[in-house]
Design a protein around this ligand. Structure first.
Ligand code: NAD
Length: 299
């Protein structure tokens, strides 16, 4: 049990993470998802990846379990099913982006059963998940406990950063994603304005990327179709990080801001933009760089 790793949630991110675990960890990898097609894809590709009947079988077979689920409700439900299997060998790592208070809550329940739990949300997107180059922001019961989780996260990421007590990984992640939402809207507005004024998009992007406006949203994940062939913008905004999930993260960031009596002006605007975008069924599941298309459609 100790040498095997479990992963629950084989979506946009979980698939790439499972792939890196399959390639690099020494023992078997057990996976579970409510979507059978997602299980089939990874188990057919890698002979050392196996599936289980349900979450409790996964907990029985593996001491280390990673979860990569959309929202806190999914995390709470999976943890409810895992808890009966938790013992002193259990290492539970939640890499979903959720409310820090929920991370603290589930960590406490795991600790009561003798196990150790970490919040370890990630940055790097689907490209990083596939390449095994994610950044993990880790909230841990203690700095000493952090050593228990670092090796397994290094299979999937190039930076594994200790952020402090449980919940602090989520705080770091929400700050990052608030900035990401703002920067994606900013790059989209700049690309839209420049091309409307007659600039070639490729040339404009390369100028931005060699100037002070450069950021990840402009140089790695540019929202203008065709500028970066591997980015979701060049694939009809399919795959990647959905508008729905970005709207969720901005909502969480605004809730966190309220809890400490602050109101980020641009964060609030970015949150409003992504909530509005999600009222359209056409946009909800597209990658969050489709805010460029949304802006272009309007003007
Ligand atoms: P996703 O919706 O593509 O994948 C989630 C997977 O979880 C799906 O396969 C779904 O079937 C599965 N699932 C849902 N409920 C389940 C349950 N009860 N038991 C088992 N499986 C269940 O989401 P994603 O894009 O992979 O994102 C996952 C998390 O990572 C989110 O919290 C997101 O905010 C965060 N994140 C995403 C990205 C990105 O670029 N997509 C980047 C960083 C962080």
């Amino acid at each position: 049990r100790k040498s095997s790793v479990g992963l629950v949630g084989l979506g946009q991110m979980g698939y790439g993470m499972a792939k890196n675990l399959a390639l690099k960890s020494s023992g078997p990898v057990y996976v579970f998802d409510v979507n059978q097609a997602a299980i089939q894809r990874i188990t057919q590709e890698f002979p050392n990846v196996k599936t289980v009947r349900d979450i409790s079988e996964l907990g029985d077979k593996t001491a280390t379990v990673i979860t990569m689920l959309p929202e806190h409700t999914h995390v709470e439900s999976v943890y409810e099913q895992l808890l009966p299997t938790v013992d002193k060998d259990s290492v539970l790592v939640d890499s979903s982006t959720i409310d820090a208070s929920v991370s603290r809550n589930v960590a406490q329940k795991v600790a009561q059963k003798g196990g150790v739990a970490f919040d370890a949300p990630v940055s790097g997107g689907t490209l990083g998940a596939n390449a095994g180059t994610l950044t993990f922001m880790v909230g841990s019961p203690s700095e000493a406990a952090f050593d228990q989780v670092r090796p397994v996260l290094q299979y999937m990421g190039k930076n594994v950063i200790y952020c402090g007590v449980n919940g602090s990984g989520q705080v770091a992640k929400l700050c990052n994603n608030m900035l990401l939402g703002i920067s994606m809207i900013g790059v989209s507005e700049a690309m839209h304005l420049g091309t409307k004024l007659g600039m070639d998009p490729q040339l404009l992007a390369s100028i931005l990327n060699n100037s002070t406006g450069r950021c990840w949203s402009s140089d790695t994940y540019n929202p203008y179709p065709g500028v970066i062939p591997t980015a979701p913008a060049s694939k009809g905004y399919q795959g990647g990080f959905s508008n729905k999930l970005m709207a969720k993260d901005l909502r969480l960031a605004m809730k966190a801001a309220e809890s400490c009596d602050t109101k980020p002006e641009l964060g609030t605007m970015a949150s409003t933009v992504y909530q509005k975008l999600c009222t359209s069924k056409d946009f909800e599941s597209l990658d969050f760089s489709s805010v460029f298309k949304w802006i272009s459609n309007k003007h």
